[in-house]
Write a protein that binds this ligand. Structure first.
Ligand code: MEV
Length: 323
């Protein structure tokens, strides 16, 4: 594309059912939400280098030629920039600006959304015409750098948007047009590292394989029932399944006292179901409400306790150009 500036955005996500089990080849169900990562690529006239800025490090810039200056949290981004520059044999001086309204390290797929938006904007700026499949595949490589052994659900939902059932690299789009519930996300403010948590679950899996497989099987059954309930707008049943899934996640060892605190506040304020979302051990929880009034009062009461909280709306829009 012949343009001096290209911007793409990509959504974050909530996993409704099936996190962790999905890493072992079981299905999981996720929906894209209206919190997005944004990446703008433009020409940079005063230097030969590629310059990166990101709202993760406000006021700082990183030179791609000086890879030592990149903290570990930006290694996946550095990998993507280098890979794409290499693919397109570019020696253009570039400015790359990343900003995201998805809280980072909190289970909402912020790193995948950034990788997807960056891959699409930079490849397009450099004259490429990647399909969504290409973008998804490249973002998955970055996710492996960021998270070790990710299932791939995060890059899929960020690329395609909507609602998906994901299993072993395969994705099924689910239609939830008639959904009447309201999602509240509350952030325990405990930032954690998905890579470490997934590795820890794996350690436990090796020690107690039979028990862990049993838990995964139960989660599998929740995902299958959850899929039907979400398609048919059965809010109370979805809520019950969320609670069941939460119990099983706690048995996997990914609970946290602040998460328990948040789940209780959601419940007291009338949620029909609530669970952690993503890797757990902190991060975010999601509550389902059947009316917006209760959802808002839950948010108010969660904030009073010093946590972050917001409503999240489902979005069908995956990665898209922003003009
Ligand atoms: C993904 O957001 C959370 C985990 O299921 C890891 C993965 O699927 O890659 C814990």
């Amino acid at each position: 594309m012949n343009s001096s500036r290209i911007t793409y955005t990509a959504p974050g996500k909530i996993i409704l059912f099936g996190e962790h089990a999905v890493v072992y080849g079981y299905p999981a169900l996720a929906i894209a939400i209206d919190r997005r990562a944004k990446c703008t690529v433009s020409s940079y006239s005063s230097d030969e280098d590629v310059v990166l800025s990101t709202n993760l490090y406000p006021g700082k810039t990183f030179l791609v030629s000086c890879k030592e200056s990149f903290p570990s949290s930006l290694q996946a981004i550095l990998f993507l920039i280098k890979k794409l520059i290499d693919n397109f044999q570019s020696n253009l001086p570039l400015q790359i600006d990343i900003s995201s309204s998805i809280p980072s390290s909190s289970g909402l797929g912020s790193s995948a959304a950034v990788s997807v938006a960056l891959t699409n904007s930079l490849s397009t700026f450099l004259g490429g015409n990647y399909s969504l499949e290409d973008v998804n595949k490249i973002a998955f490589e970055a996710e492996k750098i960021q998270h070790g052994q990710p299932s791939g659900i995060d890059n899929n939902i960020s690329t395609y948007g909507g609602s998906i059932l994901y299993q072993n690299g395969l994705m099924e789009q689910i239609t939830i047009d008639d959904f009447s519930g309201f999602w509240v996300i509350a952030n325990s403010m405990i930032e954690r590292n998905t890579k470490d948590i997934v590795a820890n679950v794996q350690k436990n899996y090796k020690r107690k394989q039979e028990k862990t497989e049993e838990i995964f099987h139960l989660i599998h059954s929740i995902v299958i029932r959850g899929k039907e309930c979400i398609k048919n707008n059965k809010l109370d049943e979805i809520g019950e399944l969320m609670k069941e899934n939460q119990t099983l996640l706690e048995q996997l060892g990914v609970g946290h006292s602040k998460v328990t605190d948040l789940l209780l506040i959601l419940k007291k304020n009338g949620s029909v179901g609530e669970k952690l979302t993503g890797a757990g051990v902190g991060g975010c929880v999601v509550g389902l409400f059947d009316n917006i009034k209760d959802a808002h009062s839950a948010i108010k009461n969660i904030k009073k306790k010093g946590y972050q909280a917001f409503t999240a709306n489902y979005t069908k829009i995956g990665v898209t150009i922003d003009d």
